[in-house]
Design a protein around this ligand. Structure first.
Ligand SMILES: [Zn+2]
Length: 196
């Protein structure tokens, strides 16, 4: 009892999980690893959440194509299973094309509001309102959004197409297989999904 009270005084790492990274049906947390069913909120493994959205500007509506959480163990396994060449191409692209200073500025302007960090494509700076599809991702531990490794980010359709062009045929098939296995999304909708 004493220890619990004491721990309450310690400032928590990270930030509360913003709504965009919650379960879009229940509005609660995403609770289990999509691959191994590990309980993500236990807090001893970090995990990532990835979501892909499609926007219909004429209808003023945004649809979640799919969303999932994946524990760090499965994430590492999955990355290891993808071709080395594709992974190097992806990380080179991210390191050279990412607009670090724009991201830094958005973080400084709204340090407590990570949803605002994702207002523009991290690569091209396109505002979300001008996109028809985009993907967001971030890393977490327990019920906290972690920002020390990589800030949460959004990537728009154009950057996703460019990234897709860097993947080997084998890697594309692996990513398609992952989507097939878990979501059964029609190919024309999922063509630009990238596991980053
Ligand atoms: Zn897992």
């Amino acid at each position: 009892m004493y220890e619990e009270e004491f721990n309450d005084e310690v400032p928590q790492e990270g930030l509360p999980i913003p709504e965009i990274f919650r379960n879009s049906d229940t509005k609660g947390y995403i609770t289990h690893c999509i691959q191994c069913d590990y309980e993500l909120l236990k807090g001893d493994r970090s995990y990532m959440i990835e979501k892909v959205f499609k926007r219909y500007p004429n209808l003023d509506s945004t649809q979640v194509l799919f969303e999932y959480g994946m524990c760090s163990v499965c994430y590492e396994k999955m990355k290891d299973s993808l071709s080395v060449e594709s992974m190097q191409n992806l990380s080179n692209y991210m390191m050279t094309k990412m607009d670090f200073s724009a991201m830094q500025q958005r973080i400084e302007e709204n340090p407590e509001d990570p949803e605002k960090w994702m207002s523009h494509c991290m690569i091209h700076g396109t505002p979300k309102e001008e996109m028809t599809e985009f993907q967001v991702a971030a890393s977490f531990k327990g019920d906290r959004l972690m920002t020390n490794f990589m800030p949460p980010y959004m990537i728009g359709g154009l950057a996703l197409e460019e990234l897709n062009g860097l993947l080997s045929k084998e890697t594309k098939e692996d990513m398609d297989g992952f989507i097939d296995q878990h979501f059964g999304i029609p190919p024309e909708l999922r063509k630009d999904f990238i596991l980053i």
